[in-house]
Design a protein around this ligand. Structure first.
Ligand code: SIN
Length: 279
């Protein structure tokens, strides 16, 4: 008999904890369908007290799509080619994902979503924040929606590379690897391919300017959109514990890894699902 999962919302805007699922086992089609429904309704879902290996993470993610292989400079010998290791050591200056963002929107095809597991946590701190980008879109005025509908924006990794350079992180060889500058152009409003809902799709870590405009011309409106899209009432905050796993939808939410545990280690393992071109 198919089992029922229990879904407990974490905040008014997005995020829910899901109970009654063992992510290191096989999932029946009904359970996968229930998880997919929760994922679409809450945008980011959390599982607790899981004993999932890296292979289990990959196996779980594959119920929802194809895994995206990482570029060679991000791979670790002996681990899965899709496994991103996020390792903030006590002496490290920067936290991976320290500003609001959707993952790797400087790529032509950003990921559908990510599955992130806690491996080593600081005694306190290191929470992750998420923000609902459907709400960010829905709460704009009709005039702003109409104006943004025709706009596209340039997303790049220049800001990340500049921050790494300023903090001397690249020189310290903390695994960021490639200095290659990458960029892609995406619509400012994207339609979610599965729910059909519209979401704001700009973020302060990657979005540099509007297409055919200068950085200076773009800055005032982008600043407004960055602030608007991460208003506290659009967010939830997840407190990690050993065995916690998050699965978020990169197409309709942003996230930020809090940098509030200086001198401590935090180790997370992540796999990404291949996305589609934003439209
Ligand atoms: C990320 O995927 O941006 C990192 C999130 C986190 O470490 O909490």
């Amino acid at each position: 008999m198919a089992s029922s999962i229990i879904v407990r919302p974490l905040a008014g805007s997005l995020g829910a904890e899901v109970f009654g699922v063992n992510l290191s086992g096989e999932l029946d089609p009904s359970t996968v369908a229930q998880i997919r429904r929760a994922f679409h309704e809450y945008l980011v879902i959390f599982f607790r007290e899981q004993d999932a290996s890296d292979n289990d993470l990959a196996h779980f993610a594959r119920y929802f799509g194809e895994l995206a292989v990482l570029p060679p400079h991000r791979q670790h010998p002996g681990s899965l080619p899709e496994l991103l290791i996020i390792d903030k050591k006590p002496e490290d200056a920067l936290v991976f994902g320290w500003e609001w963002h959707s993952d790797t929107t400087h790529l032509e095809i950003p990921p559908l979503g990510s599955v992130l597991a806690a491996r080593i946590l600081p005694p306190v701190g290191g929470d992750t924040l998420f923000a609902n980008q459907y709400m960010a879109y829905d709460t704009l005025s009709d005039g702003m929606k109409t104006m943004l509908a025709g706009l596209r924006a340039v997303h790049a990794n220049g800001h990340i590379l500049a921050s790494l350079e300023a903090e001397d992180v690249l020189a310290q060889g903390q695994g960021y690897g490639s200095h290659t500058t990458l960029s892609a152009v995406h619509p400012v409003i994207r339609t979610h391919p599965e729910t059909g809902k519209k979401a704001l799709f700009v973020n302060s870590l990657h979005t540099e300017r509007f297409e055919d405009m200068t950085v200076a011309e773009s800055a005032p409106l982008l600043r407004f959109l960055f602030e608007h899209s991460t208003r506290p009432e659009f967010t939830c905050r997840f407190r990690w514990a050993p065995g916690s796993i998050a699965f978020w939808d990169n197409r309709c939410c942003q996230h930020l890894a809090l940098d509030d545990y200086p001198g401590q280690r935090r180790l997370m393992h992540r796999v990404q699902l291949r996305g589609t071109r934003p439209v």
